[in-house]
Design a protein around this ligand. Sequence first.
Ligand code: AMP
Length: 172
Amino acid sequence: MPHWSSLIRDIPDFPKPGIVFKDITPVLADARGFAAAIDAMAAPWREAVPDAFIGIESRGFIFAAALAHSLGAGFVPVRKPGKLPARTLAHDYALEYGSDRLEMHADALPPGARVVLVDDVLATGGTLRAALSLARQQGATVVGAAVLVELPELDGRARWDSDAPLHVALQG
Ligand code: AMP
């Protein structure tokens, strides 16, 4: 196990009873831990750096922006409804706790842009699937996904509707 994995803490019954929340903020607060986590997430994309890393609000922003900077790629945000100022595309999806909608600027990516989707935690996979749909709606080529932690018991991988690799730095 990488040393930074011990910095991820389980918070029971957050944000509601029955959910065990993976709190990644201690990884971010630790200089070596944060750097090592980004290195682990970046490794699969070093040989063929994508045009952009697409970060999913909100913790996905942190990892996608760091990956973009580290590898010399762009960063594009996928946001919750009503946050992006220009014309957007939207996709509705189910969460482990509730449901939501994701939006992306319609002109955020040129057609055919090679992109990697990024989030902190893969739970049911609904969020990543929604981001995949949005990126495809824009004509982007999704070359993969990068997630820090997977909760394998929720089988979110089964909802990853793509032949492109879904790389997880740590099995939760
Ligand atoms: P899902 O769509 O179920 O795969 O949920 C993934 C999204 O919800 C990610 O953006 C996570 O940040 C958040 N999330 C879902 N479940 C958890 C959890 N148990 N711990 C931390 N974050 C979670």
